[in-house]
Design a protein around this ligand. Sequence first.
Ligand code: HEC
Length: 96
Amino acid sequence: MIQKQIKALKDDIGSFDPLVNQGTAPNITIKMPDESTFPDNELGTAIRRGLFLVNNSYEELPDNVGNRLNCTSCHLENGSEAYAAPWDGLTGLFPL
Ligand code: HEC
């Protein structure tokens, strides 16, 4: 049963992104700023707090998260992993 579901999911993903499905997608490395470069001011404090929240979401925000997931359960490597819903460059997209 589960094998059938996995195959159906893989087939479905393949229809969205045939390159990933064929294993020929480019190997992309996303470089995020190192924590040591966060400014030592209010902005840096806000960035550190945000990084903490995305890694400790359900424990820190129990009224907002109804499961035991952190943002980085899906957005791997603090949102820097290609093909795992990366956050790189998002500040340029919002507000939509
Ligand atoms: C269960 C998995 C999962 C969790 C947990 C999750 N996300 Fe996502 N998120 C996704 C997926 C999948 C997308 C869609 C990615 C796409 O369309 O490229 C997405 C999209 C986004 C986007 C929009 C990206 C874009 O390209 O417009 C943002 C911002 C985001 N998530 C932030 C968060 C934050 C902050 C949290 C925690 C509060 C979180 N996500 C938790 C899976 C998740």
